[in-house]
Design a protein around this ligand. Structure first.
Ligand code: HEC
Length: 211
């Protein structure tokens, strides 16, 4: 009973475990780990390496404050920054994973939204209205430019993509730059990218913006 209440509190609007800053901090660490894994593997094209380094530098600069706000100890960030300076991405990945274990985050509502025709329609219309203008015309290797989200979904672990959705969608001044979409809407977007990837017509979709 208590557990059920705690779980309900964790997903109630505005009552998420840890609140929005903590959640964004956790998502940033997740994205950072993904970027560092790409750098450690040494398989990213040069422009994407630069983009990954830039995102890591950005995440590192806001991390101490985010951890302090969540009531945590920001000391481990120094080790992360040192590993990044030395370009020791394997050490960096290990350190992010250790940090992540201390601050579990709740992407489940985004990652495991149940698929339905109505939800796919929501995902498709959000993408067309709010994302396609920048992301469908994307050049794959253009550094910090917008990437093709269908391709990014297909080449990124689900959790990491959800974390990137949470961070990549920033809203505007009217939302204080907070992500304006609910978890269910972000989940619908994931389902849309997933269903589009599962269709044989993917190359067509990727080269032309879907209409
Ligand atoms: C005005 C142009 C623009 C619009 C509109 C836009 N984006 Fe982006 N987006 C970008 C650019 C530029 C980047 C790359 C810079 C960066 O990673 O911060 C980006 C990055 C991202 C990322 C990657 C973040 C990361 O950490 O890897 C995701 C995911 C994303 N956008 C999703 C979306 C979704 C979903 C929408 C629609 C709801 C959207 N974006 C709308 C320009 C845009």
């Amino acid at each position: 009973m208590l557990l059920a209440l705690a779980a309900a509190a964790a997903i109630a609007p505005g009552g998420r475990a840890g609140g929005e800053p903590q959640r964004r901090g956790a998502a940033a660490r997740h994205g950072m780990g993904g970027d560092a894994r790409g750098l450690a593997a040494g398989t990213l094209p040069p422009a994407r390496r630069e983009a990954a380094r830039a995102r890591i530098a950005g995440a590192l600069s806001s991390l101490p404050l985010a951890i302090r706000r969540a009531g945590g100890d920001a000391a481990p960030v120094a080790a992360l920054a040192a590993a990044a300076r030395q370009g020791d991405w394997n050490a960096f990945v290990a350190a992010t994973e250790a940090l992540q274990r201390g601050y579990p985050h709740d992407l489940a509502t985004i990652v495991s939204a149940e698929c339905s025709a109505a939800r796919l329609l929501v995902g498709e219309s959000i993408h067309r209205e709010s994302c396609a203008a920048c992301h469908d015309a994307a050049q794959p290797d253009a550094g910090l430019a917008a990437r093709n989200l269908y391709e990014q979904f297909a080449s990124t672990p689900r959790d990491e993509f959800a974390a990137r959705l949470l961070l990549g969608v920033r809203g505007d001044r009217s939302t204080a730059y907070r992500n304006p979409f609910s978890d269910l809407e972000l989940g619908a977007l994931m389902l849309w990218y997933e269903s589009a990837g599962a269709r044989p017509a993917l190359p067509d979709r990727v080269s032309r913006s879907p209409r």
